[in-house]
Design a protein around this ligand. Sequence first.
Ligand SMILES: [Zn+2]
Length: 252
Amino acid sequence: MASLQQLVEYCDTLLGVADYQDYAPNGLQVEGRGEVRRIVSGVTASQALIEAAIERQADLLLVHHGYFWKGESPVITGIKQRRIRALLAHNISLLAYHLPLDGHAALGNNAQLGRLLGITVEGRFGSGPGGGIAMWGTFSQPLSPADLAARLGERLGREPLLLEGDGRPVRRIGWCSGGAEGYLEQAAALGLDAYISGELAEPTMHIARELGIHYLAAGHHATERYGVQALGDHLADHFAVENYFVDLPNPA
Ligand SMILES: [Zn+2]
């Protein structure tokens, strides 16, 4: 068991929240009961994930995508009202970490993704503290773009979309989980052979072709399952609380 305050302070410090400029508040977003025995963790604080937390009698819901995004309406109506009402009615806290949970050197989405794919991390790019939240690294053996796509599909349980640049094999590769296709040009400027992120917009195919870099859209949800899981498991070890990761499939 842990006190909510202790647990939140620990996470804020561990993830270096104060170093980030983000689109949503990182840390405690909805305050529930003061003691935490059981955590349910998941990618997005949807109604379905809240229902899963209620069913498992969680004290705290730990997510990567919480609420109160910049540009979103600040009023609590509709979907947002129903979600927050359910949390408050069951005294469940909502703890959300966005960019700090992408960038953390060991527990972050990108560190975990690198490990899962068998890449040795060599450096960082993109934006954010410590050189940026995106990572680049090397495979010990070069892979063909098709073999890389197959490895992604097998390890993430979701087929990626592969946009081939030129025909080169992949040895040096960059990646950033979620909606980070915007770093593709930076990845090409670093001389990387391929870049992985979650989503795919129309201009990306032309950019990949014209810069000669392979781009793989591996799924926003599929690439962001791992950080919150690693953080939840870490908290379970550190505080003797329980963590149940709940994966609610999302093809996007
Ligand atoms: Zn995301």
